[in-house]
Ligand binder design. Sequence first.
Ligand SMILES: Cc1cc2nc3c(=O)[nH]c(=O)nc-3n(C[C@H](O)[C@H](O)[C@H](O)COP(=O)(O)OP(=O)(O)OC[C@H]3O[C@@H](n4cnc5c(N)ncnc54)[C@H](O)[C@@H]3O)c2cc1C
Length: 246
Amino acid sequence: MPARDQKEMKLIVSEIRTETPEIKSFRFDLGLNKPFPFRPGQFMIIKAEVWNPKRNRMGPVNRAFSLSSSPTDEDYIEIAAKRYEGGRLTPWLHDSVKVGDVLNVKGPEGQFVFTEGESDEIVLIAGGIGIAPYRSMIRYILTKGLPAQVKLLYSARTPADFAFKPEFDAAAQGHPNFHCVYTITRPAGLPWSGRIGRFDEAFFRDHLGPVGTLYYLCGPDRMIKEQAQILTTLGVPYPMILSERW
Ligand SMILES: Cc1cc2nc3c(=O)[nH]c(=O)nc-3n(C[C@H](O)[C@H](O)[C@H](O)COP(=O)(O)OP(=O)(O)OC[C@H]3O[C@@H](n4cnc5c(N)ncnc54)[C@H](O)[C@@H]3O)c2cc1C
């Protein structure tokens, strides 16, 4: 049974943007489906009929994508999707879906959310495409002028692999309550004056918030376990760590 507030919608793709060599943003007009309430951090399911190479025919695929737009973007929703080579849905999404196409979308779902008033200190920890739900939270907090202090710790392979970096940098300039710290794991010969290296204990120690800070983790299971382990070693109480496994 779908949750009470979920909707199945046919939505028109109104914009596609290339964010990085592997990540594209897809905007869907809400049209008559407005208003579409959701909480920053929730996800949608994209349902499509795509080629199934194992069965040599078309077949249904459902995949979850975090909403990367904010509930304050009232006319549309957006997702940011990484292209997985050999994947069923994302090569189709990247290579075949065009502006004007209609997609089946269901949601919203998920408890990995920013909740107003829960804590005024939050640290968002993102690797690669794990940035998607945080873009929603950041846009929401800054657009609404909420008092939360937000620190984004964002890691990507190379400087070219950061999605939304110009937007975050501009937001950080204009909002003293928002800070971004970037780190790359492979310099790849590109200009980069920031930190190089994976998230590790020393890095997290440098960016711990005060008592009462909420830490958000999202991505593959192994990465979340590793990062949660480091945070708890540094004294962060387990209930202050929120996570979503992809
Ligand atoms: C709550 C949630 C939110 C998410 N939000 C986002 C988001 O915002 N953006 C985003 O990009 N993704 C997100 N994801 C991940 C997304 O749902 C998909 O899992 C992802 O996009 C891959 O889908 P796909 O169909 O392209 O690849 P899949 O077909 O699922 O394959 C994924 C990878 O596994 C490999 N693979 C598949 N089958 C096998 C096999 N039998 N043996 C070996 N390798 C195999 C493929 O080659 C591919 O590289 C989210 C997931 C969850 C659960």
